[in-house]
Design a protein around this ligand. Sequence first.
Ligand SMILES: [Mn+2]
Length: 349
Amino acid sequence: MIHHDDADGNCSAALFSILIYNLIQDYPILFPVGGVEGVNRKLLSKIRKAGPDLVFVLDVSVEPEKLESFYGFILDHHMFPGKERGGRMIYLNPFTFEKNDEKIPPTSCMVYRILKDIFPREKVAWIAGIGITEDHRVELCRDVFEVIKKENPELLKSIKIDQESVERSLFGELWDMIRAGRMVKGSEGARTAVLALIECKDRPDKLVNGLTQHSSALRKFYEKVIYETQNCLAEVERKGRFIKEKKVIFFEQEKEKLRGLTSFLSDKIRQKYPEWIVCVINKEYGYKKSKISIRLEQKKRSEDLVSMLEKIKGSIPSLKGGGHKSAVGVIIDSEDIPEFEKRFLSLIK
Ligand SMILES: [Mn+2]
């Protein structure tokens, strides 16, 4: 199983592993990847050596042609400009019939529905809930959270089911724990997160408290992430640029000590300053390249980050990337940052 190493991909992998185990009493071999570029020759030759009967790809936009020598399927939910056919791989993506991104469920939600159809007794809605939270689709997948309220009431104690409230519940902590894996230990950490989810499928409390082999490792990664984040959050107050009239915060992050800290940090600053639009800038993303993670709280701000971005792309060709209305990540030539900030602010009323 090849899967994205973010929380949606990890939760998808855990749910699908549970499904496979229930069918054949064995688990698939996991290959977490950071994105489609991770599905390269090296990985394919590793997989070929394992000689799998079936190959499944979850939450990664791979062209089926790349895997044409295998049997299996690709299940994804990202916008996909590539070819949908190739060899014996089946390509599944709601995007092929639904163009409104806001209506497309995360992969973990789709895998959950398949698992629940075949094995209705599995009480694993909470695993899907983590992936859904990561992809900002709590409102779209409300029914899954209704199930969680019944199956694991302690996780959502008297919480309203919307993105903000779920993030602030114990769910927020679970989400952070699952993210902490790849931030601290890359692929190996993502695998640890998936194994911890499987181990704790009937006892989310054990995951939270790190009471099993993999969840205890994950708990340590999580504590490291929290420590680093707290240092950065203290710096936001001192070094962040607060543009009062537009309620926008620009924060230049120092050297990235953990993978993906830029986006993690932008979520944390948004939670601390929900009235503000948050832009975290990482100037060491690559040679003369920067990464910017932008977040806003949908209940407090009406701007649509994706359409703002599309407007700016016209005048700054180096600007690449996208995301959701309330969360985007972009890559940009570092020299274009002042122009980007200027245009970004000009689009805010
Ligand atoms: Mn996803």
